[in-house]
Design a binder for this molecule. Structure first.
Ligand code: CP
Length: 317
């Protein structure tokens, strides 16, 4: 594997899931792959799970790991070509990328959407430059439009907990006080559409996602109706995608918060969220603390998704 930015890069999902199960059973069985190999993780944005799970995954594979927080202790990086660099950005990505690449074998990048210019965000300008100019395999640790390591971990988790061959999975928008990117819902939708699950998306009007990610999902604007018979409830906030409201908060309607009354509409569904989560905005305390909440095993599977992807990258070096 030369890059990992979307579901297509992983190939056959049954094969990837079988490999993830093997990695989970035998985490330290592949240390020979990472010997004398270095992973550089570059963060333009904050992280808890991605940072720790990916570092742990690399260590499980015997790799050395370096972490760069671009906005803390490094020179501020200009990402656009043609800019007169007379501001606070001291270095251009076009020099920084080959320099960083010279110190490592594999690069992970986290770079969120700016939520100001939809075209720029959806062109994935930052991670695309790493892929183009580094000469190294590059994987996404959440880019502007997708979070594939999260979605792969979500899929692994659903496979582990499902009791029906074809579960009903409902992704529901929920309120949040800050404007968040569409990367997680886009990516989750993309991965769910690659399965044969029954997949439903529910959100208030105005929060329609990019049709390329919605794919064949059923979009139901009535959250209560969408939740009926659900086996998995995947809650997430996102800001508006559609012009002219791109990146804006259109609603903070707390009637969309996932609470016990909403969960009672489901078929005793499991509750999922990628974390971090704002309690009593996205989900109530009682739901996230309930026996049907699987947010912790879901987060734990981030180590497995990262290790499976890194293993494939190392095998192809
Ligand atoms: N879910 C997720 O990516 O968590 P972090 O932002 O903490 O890495």
């Amino acid at each position: 594997m030369k890059k990992f930015t979307c579901v297509n890069d992983i190939g056959s999902l049954p094969k990837a899931l079988a490999e993830a199960a093997e990695v989970k059973r035998n985490r330290f069985g592949f240390t020979h792959l990472g010997k004398n190999r270095t992973l550089l993780m570059i963060f333009f944005n904050s992280s808890l799970r991605t940072r720790l799970s990916t570092q742990k995954a690399a260590m499980n594979l015997g790799m050395n790991v370096m972490v760069l927080d671009v906005n803390q202790g490094a020179w501020k990086l200009e990402t656009e070509r043609g800019v007169v660099m007379d501001g606070d950005k001291a270095e251009h990505l076009l020099e920084a990328i080959p320099v960083m690449a010279s110190y490592c074998d594999v690069i992970g990048v986290r770079s969120f959407a700016g939520l100001k210019n939809r075209d720029e965000d959806y062109e994935e300008r930052v991670i695309s430059q790493f892929i183009r100019y580094s000469g190294r395999p590059v994987f996404s640790m959440e880019a502007a439009t997708r979070h594939p390591l999260q979605s792969f971990a979500d899929l692994i988790t659903i496979e582990e907990f499902k009791t029906k061959e074809r579960p009903k999975v409902v992704m529901t928008w929920a309120p949040h006080p800050r404007a968040l990117p569409q990367a997680v819902p886009n990516s989750f939708a993309e991965w769910m559409n690659a399965t044969d699950y029954e997949f439903v998306i529910t959100h208030p009007r105005g929060y329609e996602l990019d049709p390329q990610f919605v794919g064949n999902a059923v979009v139901e604007y009535d959250q209560n109706k969408a939740l009926e018979g659900a086996d998995f409830v995947y809650a997430k906030n996102w800001s508006a995608y559609m012009a002219p409201n791109y990146g804006k908060i259109l609603s903070t309607d707390r009637s969309w918060t996932v609470d016990a009354r909403k969960m009672a509409l489901t078929d005793n569904a499991f509750f999922m969220h990628c974390l971090p989560v704002r309690r009593n905005m996205i989900v109530t305390d009682d739901v996230i603390e309930s026996e049907r909440s699987i947010v912790i095993p879901e987060a734990a599977n981030r180590e497995i998704s990262a290790q499976t992807v890194l293993k494939r990258i190392l095998e192809a070096l």
